[in-house]
Design a protein around this ligand. Structure first.
Ligand code: PMP
Length: 406
């Protein structure tokens, strides 16, 4: 296990105060704070290395290219992809999803074809499909959820038809923390000859993900949710699929040759990376992945699970507390959505903020799930590898204080 006080020292922002109170940052599902190694590596690159990648013959360009391509290899190793060609850099989960949805539907879907999603998807895995629905008449089928916050797997199996072309579901719910049985979901889809895209935005930061073990066809995640910089994300795709998909955007970097009559696209992964990439952010992301690997993803998972269990226990003891979704901390990621009596989530969030406690309130970009839960929003506390029991205690004391005001 890692030394929590040493770990916290690596995240300078955690030492700051807000409203003259120590910051208790519990909005990690929205974005995580950055360790020194990430911030310093990026600053150092801007100070000492900066040059455009891939095309330059000069020293700095070569050095920046090496850092950028080494970052791709670090991502490959981190998610255990077969080849670095299967790692596409994007701006984040949202862009990764839009890429797959657009290219896949262009190449493989026709009017009346179907995609299977789940009721607990983030808007980034709903709206891109709806754009295609409007454009070419594809249909969205939705896996329902049991009241305990788990997906209805029997209903899932029944959704397949001969028009099903792809399944696209989230690994972990950003609202309920439910860890979905994606291996089973993928196995069932493959039995029907259907590929699967997994939204890994909320799983990748919390436990080890392994592309070869999962056997998913596409997998997406964001750098900023795993202690890396904003503006960078990853799309993993099996080489065989990526080879068959048309490019998403056109421009420099993604071509081998261009004439006005005909363009030959670059090989993978560059075919999907039009324009100058954020090569400083890829380097920062690699540093973040090296950092969590040095702590050990299994250690992080164990630490956060114990913290989540402790938080659930303490929060459940608060009068009027309702925690949405899965009750068993072992089946839950480090996310707790809650409601206390009839206190509005916005009031809860605003009053906790004045105590120095940062949580999220609202619909969490998952309005269909809110509708399923019968609420217009929730308060949400979400944990990271650097949160402590003392911070959970501060949250509980804070909630109790807010509750007394009403
Ligand atoms: N999917 C899930 C499950 C998420 O939690 C988020 C971020 N809240 C996203 C997708 C979108 O990530 P980004 O905004 O970094 O593209």
């Amino acid at each position: 296990m890692y030394d929590i006080s040493k770990v916290r020292e690596e995240f300078p922002i955690l030492g700051r105060e807000v409203y003259n109170k120590p910051l208790v940052y519990l909005d990690n599902a929205a974005t995580t704070q950055k360790p020194r190694v990430v911030i310093e590596a990026m600053t150092d690159e801007y100070y000492n290395v900066n040059a455009n990648v891939h095309r330059g013959v000069h020293y700095l360009s070569q050095q920046a290219t090496d850092l950028h391509e080494q970052a791709r290899e670090t991502v490959r190793r981190f998610i255990n992809a077969r080849s670095a060609s299967e790692v596409i850099f994007t701006r984040g989960t949202t862009e990764s999803a839009n890429l797959v949805v657009s290219s896949f539907s262009d190449a493989f879907m026709e009017e009346g074809d179907e995609v299977i999603l789940s009721v607990m998807e983030h808007h980034s895995n709903i709206v891109p499909w709806q754009l295609q629905a409007a454009k070419k008449g594809i249909a969205l089928k939705v896996i329902p959820m049991h009241d305990d916050g788990t997906l209805d797997m029997e209903a899932y199996e029944k959704l397949f038809s001969d028009r099903t072309k792809i399944v696209s579901v989230t690994h972990v719910s950003n609202v309920l923390g439910t860890i979905n049985p994606v291996k089973e979901i993928i196995r069932i889809a493959h039995e029907h000859g259907v590929p699967v895209m997994i939204d890994g935005a909320q799983s990748t930061p919390h436990f080890k993900v392994d592309m070869q073990e999962l056997d998913c066809d596409f997998f997406t995640f964001s750098g900023h949710k795993i202690y890396g910089p904003t503006g960078i994300g990853v799309l993993y795709g099996k080489e065989d699929w990526l080879d068959r998909l048309p490019p998403y955007q056109g421009g420099g970097e993604m071509i081998e040759s261009v004439t006005f009559e005909k363009t030959v696209f670059e090989r993978l992964p560059f075919k999907f990376e039009a324009g100058t990439p954020d090569y400083v952010a890829t380097h920062g992301l690699a540093k973040a992945l090296e950092y969590v690997t040095s702590l050990g993803m299994d250690n992080i998972a164990k630490y956060e699970q114990e913290l989540t269990r402790y938080a659930m226990e303490r929060m459940n003891a608060i009068e009027g507390m309702k925690i949405f979704g899965v009750k068993d901390a072992a089946m839950k990621d480090a996310v707790i959505s809650f409601q206390v009596g009839d206190i509005h989530h916005l009031d809860m969030g605003t009053l906790l903020d004045r105590l120095g406690i940062a949580i999220r309130t609202g619909h969490h970009c998952a309005q269909p799930l809110m509708e399923r839960l019968g609420v217009n929003g929730t308060a949400r506390a979400s944990f990271a590898l650097y949160n402590t029991r003392e911070e959970v205690d501060a949250l509980v004391t804070g909630i109790e204080r807010v509750a007394r005001m009403f």
